[in-house]
Ligand binder design. Structure first.
Ligand SMILES: [Zn+2]
Length: 400
């Protein structure tokens, strides 16, 4: 028998909600709506009416003190593509002893392989049974939103901000914010509850661009190639070599940006290369774009008679520039952690988040944690201890 907040989490992970990046429908899979409907029922139980729009997004409002900013909360219903969530059978590990956890299906996990487990000795954990992911990403976020609101329902004497709620499908396939409507949502600023460790907060993403390179060689019968052939594959190798070797993803961390060759296709006549370019700092991203221009010049110097088409485009921007326009969404979080005496730090995300999409649609949205680890696979687990701390943080943030 679990307490109410955790029971909701258990109910949510038992519902299969995997999204599908090969589907063109909205949401990408209809089964995500099974959970959306369950969330609507749970909101109803808390006395909150909600709507489910044609894009599969649930919106709701929980009234608070008049005149205060409406604070939004968001989490996503879908689970990752890498591992199935069908027939997830969560298991409770009470008072974890620091040893090997036998998940089932021949899988186990230990603090040697997963050092975060070592931080949870004496904690209660929820783990998988080895054959699915857990889906704490992001069903722990959904359960946390319900837990925080449930607290204010149980404690009507505690004054709080008006709260806007939004549950989105298809985050894992990058379509979460596509149909997000800031007017329906109605929040001044918001938080996506979709992270890991309870101390780790994020209000920065990469700035993202890409480069497409087409290199045209000179094709001729190899038997007659002497002095004439220019193999486009050689041009591609030369191009990649002309870029800074240390800026590949495997050599970068923290705030270091990278140039990443995602794929290439090459023959004698023509070679195509697709790169993604990332940096938290916009000026540095512009510098990296220049490295591609320089690589093109270097190849042309070595092979003067060939043609190279280089196209560089922008993809998304660091959400920090939007969050900086409304610093209170960050200072409120700092104040909540400080009041509770919890450690915290802000760490730039080396990727994107739904919050970035929301921020550029006018709702600055930092990312808060869920207390879950090893996302997107069978070793995923939830720390109930951290979950409860984050519930306390949310309550502090929302208090009037
Ligand atoms: Zn997530």
């Amino acid at each position: 028998m679990y307490e109410k907040d955790i029971q909701r989490f258990i109910d949510y992970v038992k519902i299969d909600t995997q999204s599908d990046d090969t589907s063109f429908s909205v949401p990408s899979t209809l089964k995500q709506l099974d959970l959306s409907h369950k969330l609507q029922e749970d909101l109803k139980e808390l006395g909150i009416d909600s709507t489910l729009d044609e894009f599969g997004i649930v919106y709701a409002k929980f009234p608070g003190e008049e005149g205060l900013d409406v604070i939004g909360l968001n989490a996503h219903v879908d689970t990752a593509l890498e591992c199935s969530d069908k027939d997830c059978k969560p298991q409770l590990i009470s008072n974890y002893n620091g040893g090997v956890i036998e998940l089932g299906h021949g899988y186990s996990m230990s603090p040697e392989e997963f050092p975060s487990l070592g931080d949870h000795i004496g904690d209660d954990l929820i783990v998988t049974s080895g054959d699915t992911l857990l889906g704490a990403d992001d069903k722990a976020g959904l359960a946390l939103i319900m837990a925080a609101i449930g607290y204010f329902v149980e404690h009507p004497e505690i004054k709080h901000h008006p709260i806007a709620i939004c549950f989105t499908p298809d985050e894992e396939i990058g379509r979460g914010p596509d149909h997000f409507d800031p007017v329906k949502f109605g929040a001044k600023y918001a938080y996506t509850i979709d992270g890991g460790r309870y101390e780790e907060l994020a209000c920065e993403t990469f700035n993202a661009a890409h480069a497409d390179v087409v290199l045209h060689g000179v094709s001729i019968h190899p038997g007659e190639a002497y002095g004439k052939m220019v193999n486009a594959s050689d041009l591609a190798f030369a191009f990649d070599k002309a870029l800074p070797a240390k800026k590949r993803p495997q050599f970068t961390k923290d705030r270091e940006g990278f140039n990443h060759l995602v794929c290439m296709e090459s023959g004698v006549d023509e070679a195509k290369m697709h790169y993604i370019i990332r940096n938290h700092d916009r000026a540095l991203l512009e510098e990296q774009k220049k490295e591609f221009e320089a690589a093109k010049e270097a190849v042309l110097k070595e092979f003067p008679n060939v043609r190279i088409d280089l196209t560089i485009g922008d993809d998304y921007r660091n959400m920090k520039e939007k969050i900086d326009e409304y610093p209170e969404c960050v200072t409120r979080v700092n104040a909540a952690y400080e009041k509770l005496g919890y450690p915290y730090y802000w760490k730039p995300i080396r990727g994107g988040t739904d919050g970035a999409g929301f921020s550029f649609k006018g709702v600055p949205t930092p990312n808060l944690p869920t207390g879950s680890f090893n996302h997107h696979g069978r070793f995923e687990y939830l720390s109930i201890g951290e979950f409860k701390k984050i519930k306390n943080v949310l309550i502090e943030i929302l208090k009037a």
